[in-house]
Design a protein around this ligand. Sequence first.
Ligand SMILES: Nc1ncnc2c1ncn2[C@@H]1O[C@H](COP(=O)(O)OP(=O)(O)OP(=O)(O)O)[C@@H](O)[C@H]1O
Length: 307
Amino acid sequence: MSIVVENLTKQYGVQKAVNDISFEVKTGEVVGFLGPNGAGKSTTMKMITCYMAPSAGDVRLDGVSVLEQPEEVKKKIGYLPENNPLYTDMPIVEYLRFAAEIQGVEPSKIPTRIGEMIEMCGLDLEKHKKINELSKGYRQRVGIAQAMIHDPEVLILDEPTTGLDPNQIIEIRKLIKKLGKEKTVILSSHILSEVEATCDRILIINRGNIVADGSSENLRKQAQGQELLTVSIEAEAKEVEAALRDLASVEKVAAVDGKEGFYQVQSKPEKASRKAIFDLCVEKKWYLMEMTGTETRLEDVFRDLTN
Ligand SMILES: Nc1ncnc2c1ncn2[C@@H]1O[C@H](COP(=O)(O)OP(=O)(O)OP(=O)(O)O)[C@@H](O)[C@H]1O
């Protein structure tokens, strides 16, 4: 099921939390919504899931509009809201039954559906516990199970791994990947590695605007317009830094923290500096111990776009 977001805007008083954004998610895609705190991720997700009306614009799921047919849209969507609000004094099975009834699952199918969700989300050993007796990771699994109970074609997960320990994060990521094979998924996060590990495509949102859209590979390539080298030179640091900076092709030089004699050298756009660095070392009779190209890290792309 495809999702088309058209000129979506949300205004809170004078603040535009989401500013005229448009994008499409194709059937079966797993898209990561990445942005710093307050970027507008949750607000966008609330509008897609009909929990909040847009100030302007529309969202269509296979052509069905959130403005015109919100009840139809809700049937097609499973939503794990931020902070995963659950009825904590309910046992898991009771809670899932309640979620199924609310979502209009046919009564005769509810027991089977609950069983399937318990299996899919790895809740079997804990299923008789009350939600307030569960660890955070298991509560998150219950949140995903309730989001999936009516077998929606689209899953919207707002920060699904927040507050989990590293093992639980890996488990939840595996689960999302598995679900992503059959469903269209949008998940939000402000953690880059999370989005990179689970998503086919990344949308970076900042101050209510989409500032990048592509696979992690593409985003890196786009940012890699400038050559970045790590060099190691055995000589007096100040002199080396100054001489590297003076090379015509070099834009920036920075000593690498904690690694004596190592420098990061960024070339000017369309320029290459390897030969000039080599010649410089020969001329100065410095030992060039190492010179390697450095791949632009996604962290750097993110920082550049959202700072
Ligand atoms: N109900 C509200 N009333 C007024 N302002 C709001 C409301 N909800 C969100 N905002 C503001 O809208 C902006 C976007 O918030 P949103 O929760 O969508 O960001 P986010 O990207 O999900 O952030 P986080 O990663 O911190 O959850 C923020 O500046 C926030 O303070």
